[in-house]
Write a protein that binds this ligand. Structure first.
Ligand SMILES: Cc1cc2nc3c(=O)[nH]c(=O)nc-3n(C[C@H](O)[C@H](O)[C@H](O)COP(=O)(O)OP(=O)(O)OC[C@H]3O[C@@H](n4cnc5c(N)ncnc54)[C@H](O)[C@@H]3O)c2cc1C
Length: 443
């Protein structure tokens, strides 16, 4: 629920030390601070980190020597005076619960990206999320952290810096060698409890979906799966956009009462950021471990199912020639294959083509299929239903071939060819072959 009226916010001030009052009681103020905003000096006196301080008064109340007080900047004092003149107390109508909520939310800072890996090999979606997370972190003016959990995986922290992470949390221990929900869940919840990020992003992969759901359930926060867009609103909330109601609308979902805000994003939805080899950052190691005896799941053997995708992963293809119901029959897909061969690409299709049995399911592009981001996507005889568009609209170049000039696919097409695909596709293939003969170096 969002506030309906915009009132001037009453400044909460910041905490400072009253000289000569501290009795070095043993860091009570530090231990009660909800934002880790207090360090202790060698003399046992508090050093306040002002940018972190939220003026919650907890340390002031806890101090046995009355050595801490709230102070206001001249601008804040002016606002206070004005508020008093006009309506008295500005937070009169803000109930206790709302104040507690604000306090809770303010205790969470930073954007995290979970770095998914298998046997030390990172999932590309993690770097895509580092790119997206960086934008969010910049808007919020907080650090972007990579979270790496595994066995012998420290190199992934450095890889994360290369893609834009400012720092990395690392849990590196043999029991995390293979992904198992329980220990990864314990490890990630431990880090969240300790460091309190405001946003946690994960890939919408098999692993990411499993872990994100488990973490959100345990820490009792919201999770938006399969986001296609992420942004920040003016109250620091994460705007999580995803298709809803069967893809007929795009819904923007907010989680404004709980932290952290969690979202998964499918591979290929976000662009891969540039890799900067010289980048570096601090690695924050956590000694967290889980005793093997306490983990119920045991990995006995890893069997790679190479047949599950027919050896084909369309998500990484640079050139995709995609066919829909307009192809009319399975036999006609050889036309697309020939064009794909000339481009060095792959054949994919719409759900109609898959449902008709013309293509295997792993070649389906769209909401219930794969999300692709090739350099060139050629849509042949595909109308451009929203469920198809969400899977391919971020391709660098979209070429649409359709005999219906009003087909929605033309709305996302870079180049549109209105015509019969049975004439246009062979013509394109023939033109490419001619071009290659003239210029053998051409792709
Ligand atoms: C929950 C849900 C999830 C879905 N998920 C997906 C998904 O992941 N992916 C997906 O693709 N769909 C998905 N759909 C289905 C989607 O709504 C559309 O029904 C589907 O994409 C249509 O496929 P199509 O464009 O091949 O067929 P059609 O919509 O029938 O379009 C065929 C097109 O071919 C053109 N055409 C016909 N003959 C020729 C010719 N000779 N030359 C040129 N053009 C020609 C026609 O003008 C027409 O535009 C989903 C639907 C739902 C409800």
């Amino acid at each position: 629920m969002t506030d309906m009226k915009k009132a001037t916010k009453k400044p909460r001030g910041k905490v400072r030390l009253v000289p000569g009052r501290c009795i070095a009681c043993g860091a009570r103020c530090q231990s009660i601070c909800p934002v880790d905003g207090i360090e202790m000096s060698e003399a046992g006196e508090p050093l306040i980190d002002l940018p972190k301080c939220i003026g919650c008064l907890k340390c002031v109340k806890a101090c046995p020597g009355s050595a801490l007080e709230i102070f206001y900047t001249p601008e804040e004092l002016e606002i206070l005076a004005k508020l008093e003149q006009t309506a008295g107390r500005a937070d009169e109508d803000v109930d206790e619960e709302e104040l507690r909520r604000r306090e809770l939310l303010a205790g969470y800072r930073g954007v995290w990206v979970f770095i998914e890996q298998t046997g030390g090999e990172p999932a590309r979606v993690s770097w895509e999320l580092i790119g997206a997370g960086k934008e969010l972190a910049t808007k919020l003016d907080v650090p972007l952290s990579a979270v790496v959990i595994g066995s012998r995986v420290e190199h992934l922290c450095h890889e994360a810096f290369a893609y834009g992470a400012d720092q990395a949390y690392l849990i590196d221990s043999p029991e995390f060698l293979h992904y198992r929900t329980e220990p990864y869940l314990d490890a990630l919840c431990h880090l969240v409890d300790r460091h309190k990020p405001e946003i946690v992003l994960m890939g919408a992969t098999g692993l990411g979906r499993d872990l994100a759901g488990a973490v959100a359930t345990r820490i009792k926060t919201g999770l938006t799966a399969d986001c296609t867009g992420l942004g920040i609103d003016d109250r620091r909330n994460l705007m999580q956009t995803r298709p809803a109601f069967g893809g007929n609308i795009m819904a923007t979902i907010m989680c404004d009462r709980f932290r952290p805000q969690m979202a998964t994003v499918r591979p290929q939805v976000m662009p891969l950021p540039e890799r900067r080899t010289m980048a570096s950052g601090p690695v924050i190691r956590s000694p967290f471990t889980v005793a093997e005896a306490n983990i119920f799941t045991k990995v006995l053997e890893i069997v790679h199912d190479r047949n599950s995708t027919g050896g084909m992963d369309i998500t990484g293809a640079e050139f995709i020639v995609s066919g829909g119901r307009g192809l009319m029959a399975k036999e006609n897909f050889h036309l697309l294959q020939e064009l794909a061969d000339e481009l060095g690409g792959v054949v994919a299709g719409s759900r109609s083509a898959v449902d008709a049995g013309w293509l295997p399911p792993e070649r389906q592009v769209g909401q219930t299929g794969r999300t692709v981001r090739p350099k060139i996507y050629i849509a042949c005889g595909i109308s451009g239903a929203i469920q198809h568009l969400v899977g391919m609209q971020d391709s660098d170049t979209v070429i649409a071939i359709n005999r219906d000039h009003e087909a929605p696919i033309f709305e996302v097409a870079t180049y549109g060819i209105v015509g019969d695909l049975f004439q246009v596709v062979p013509e394109l293939t023939a033109q490419l072959r001619t071009l290659k003969k003239l210029q053998p170096s051409a792709r």
